[in-house]
Design a protein around this ligand. Sequence first.
Ligand SMILES: [Zn+2]
Length: 155
Amino acid sequence: MPRHLEPSHACACTSGQRYGDCCRPLLRGEREPADAVAMMRSRFSAFALDYPAYLWRTLHPSHPDRARPEAEILRNFRRASRTMEYRALSILDSTATADRARVLFLAQVGDRGRDLSFLERSDFLHDGTGWRYANGTVRPATDFAAPDATRLDTF
Ligand SMILES: [Zn+2]
């Protein structure tokens, strides 16, 4: 369910910042996210706001989706944006070196009233230009007694 946001609106990534100060310049390609957490946030906003080209561009070349036809992947991203509700993102934990980062997050999402919230441990690699999404391990939030309290070492 894509939404349109004005720069003064609260950002779709639920950071609490204004969209114009948070994910908007990233989605518009005006600058790269400062770190992997900011990249993660911008990808959540890209799903919420229907920016499939951004989702494709920020996949690392080693991501399995990169081996499939771009048009098919763009279609899948667009379908996800149009059918799912992207309610909230919580970054639970992260680690990073100069060129590798790992981010654990809780995405509160739904599909026509059905709660499909999940936790994901995402790996990001810096390709020299910016942080790119390399792969992720997903588990349903219902697997966890306290999803919000989960950390990388307890995922
Ligand atoms: Zn944001």
